[in-house]
Design a protein around this ligand. Sequence first.
Ligand code: SF4
Length: 225
Amino acid sequence: MVKSSESIENRKKRAKRVLRALKKLYPDTETALEHESPYELLVSTILSAQCTDDRVNMVTPTLFKKYPNPKKLAAAKTDDVEEIIRSTGFYRQKTKSIVGATKKIVEDYGGEVPGNMDDLLTLPGVARKTANCVLGSAFGINEGIVVDTHVGRLAERLALTWNAKNSKDAVKIEKDLMELFPRKDWTFIANALIDHGRAVCGARKPKCDECKLAKDCPSADTLDS
Ligand code: SF4
C-alpha cells in the first residue's frame, strides 16, 4: 500500500478532489452490463465473474429471450442454459448459480428479485459485490461499493485504502472507500473507477502522463508504463 501514514483528513480531501475530477470525466457512467430489469442485471452480474462485460453482453440477449423472467429460468434445463452461457467460462458453476438463484427468487420472494442486501445474500452465487451492483444499478440504492479488479487496483494506486493488504482485499477496500466518499456517490464512484481503470489506469500500462487524477495520485509516474 502507498502512503499508509497519510492522515485521514488529508485522504478525505484528496478523495473529494478525485470524486470531483471523476464526475467531470464520467458524468453519465453506469454499469456496462446491459439489462432491462433487476433480474437481468442479477444474472448478468453473476455471469461476469472472471469474464469481460462485453462477453456477457454477447450471450445475455439469447439467454433472456429464452428465459425472460426468473420463473422461466428457474424451470430451465441445465444443459440448455450451459450451452448458451458456455463462452463466459465456469459455465457449469454459473448455471448452478443463476438457476439456483432464480429458484429461490420464485420460491421465497414471489418471483421478484429482492431489493435489499440481506435477502440478496441468501441467493446462491450472490456475494456482496453482486448484491452491491444490483442494488446500486437496478434499484438505485447505495448500500455499498462494488470492488472489482479495477476498483481494487485504483483504490490501491490512488491510496484510497489504508487497511487493505493489497488490491484483492475487497472487504477492507470497500470499507475504506465507504469512509472516504459520501453515500450518495457510492454507485457512481465504483462505475467511474471502473471506467477510469479501463480507459487510463490499466493493469499493465497506466497512462499517468495523460491522467487527470495524477496530481492527487501518489502512484503517478512511479509505475512502469
Ligand atoms: S496517475 Fe497513473 S497510477 Fe494514478 S490513477 Fe492516473 S493512471 Fe493510475
